[in-house]
Design a protein around this ligand. Structure first.
Ligand code: DAH
Length: 371
């Protein structure tokens, strides 16, 4: 063996060994990053194969020819192995991603909350009343559930120690340091007082809200709901009251006509005072409005008592007006045929699913209140 042949032999051993090592590293690379590291170590600027190629330039032509062929073949082989391995790793990575990112398109779609949620009949009736009275030019007034004795009773012309205060089965709080006792409002009428004290006539408001009395049976719960109406100006009279009640009743019960009966009654805050019955039929155990020979009491009303106007800073010689009050829960029971008031407050989802209303069907007079 001459020197050149020996050198080539040595080179061949080197190259074979480098090839075996590099190919083994390529095969062992478990992801694309590891493979890239192998590529840089072999073919990068300072890589092992690049070093061999660089050294060719320093060799004698004959040696360079023999060795050049070897090293270039090695470079091509490694490049090819790298490309093959990269394809394999890419596919494996894609497979792995597909396996973890599966989407089971056979799962049934879940119903939207807006499809499953239901509006409570009380909220529904309040929305219906708001739509009806907004159309008649009324706005909504509100007041607190915890009231003063003064607003709940005194300013409404209940005399001190008058039995009417006890008639309301009031929940009183313990007296405060000044001796006055707060209470849970027994009716929405104190909102009349607040409205008259806060705004100048003409006043046209309805006041829906929670009210409280110590009472519980099939048609009474300790907490219930009322809506109050109040109109004050210089000339409001009983004829207006009658018209407003008739129109709102027809709209609420969604009937073309309804007869009403006004009976004399007593409330401390109105003079004269009346209770109102509406015509109904009870045939077949089912109650229907706008027909039949029966009567059903639905509300109390009257002309606002001059003492109440004066107590609220309005001159009874100048202003007059009318008011009415009714139970919202009772209206809901009558309109939607629910027999037991207590179920309203039991939060039983089955009851709500049955009697509740779809949340996006806002009551309005154009498309109908309850459809
Ligand atoms: N506040 C009365 C009650 O709870 C209802 C009522 C009757 C309100 C007559 C009124 C009215 O405004 O004029 O029994």
């Amino acid at each position: 063996m001459n020197t050149t042949t020996r050198k080539v032999q040595a080179t061949m051993d080197d190259v074979t060994e480098l090839e075996a090592r590099t190919l083994a590293e390529i095969a062992a690379a478990s992801d694309e990053a590891a493979l890239e590291a192998v590529r840089v170590a072999a073919l990068g600027k300072k890589g092992s194969i690049s070093a061999l190629l660089a050294r060719l330039g320093t060799m004698a032509p004959e040696e360079r020819k023999a060795r050049g062929a070897l090293v270039n073949a090695l470079k091509d082989k490694v490049a090819e192995a790298l490309a093959e391995r990269r394809t394999v790793l890419k596919e494996a990575a894609l497979e792995a991603r597909l396996a973890t990112e599966t989407l089971d398109v056979t799962l049934p779609a879940r119903a939207q909350p807006a499809e499953t949620g239901r509006i409570h009949p009380i909220s529904q009736v309040m929305d219906e009343l708001a739509a009806i009275f907004a159309d008649l030019g009324f706005s909504i007034a509100e007041g607190p559930d915890i009231e003063s004795d003064d607003y709940n009773f005194t300013k409404l012309n209940f005399p001190p120690d008058h039995p009417a205060r006890e008639m309301h089965d009031t929940f009183f709080f313990a007296p405060g340091p000044d001796g006055t006792r707060k209470l849970l409002r027994t009716h929405t009428s104190p909102v009349q007082v607040r409205t008259m004290l806060a705004q100048k006539p003409p006043i046209r408001v309805i006041c829906p809200g929670r009210t409280y009395r110590c009472d519980s049976d099939q048609t009474h719960t300790p907490m219930f709901h009322q809506v109050e109406g109040l109109v004050i100006d210089r000339s409001a009279h009983l004829g207006h009251l009658k018209w407003v009640l008739e129109e709102s009743c027809k709209a609420f019960f969604e009937v073309a006509d309804v007869k009403m009966r006004f009976r004399p009654s007593f409330f401390p805050f109105t003079e004269p005072s009346m209770e109102v019955d509406i015509q109904c039929s009870r045939k077949g155990g089912e109650i229907r409005f706008g027909e039949g020979e029966d009567w059903l009491e639905i509300l109390g009303c009257g002309m606002v008592h001059p003492n109440v106007l004066a107590n609220c800073g309005l001159d009874p010689e100048i202003y007059q007006g009318f008011a009415w009050g009714m139970g919202i829960d009772r209206l809901a029971m009558l309109k939607y045929g629910m027999p037991d008031l207590r179920a309203f407050f039991e939060a039983d989802v089955r009851w709500l699913t049955h009697y509740g209303f779809r949340p996006l069907d806002m009551p309005n007079l154009v498309s109908g209140l309850s459809c």
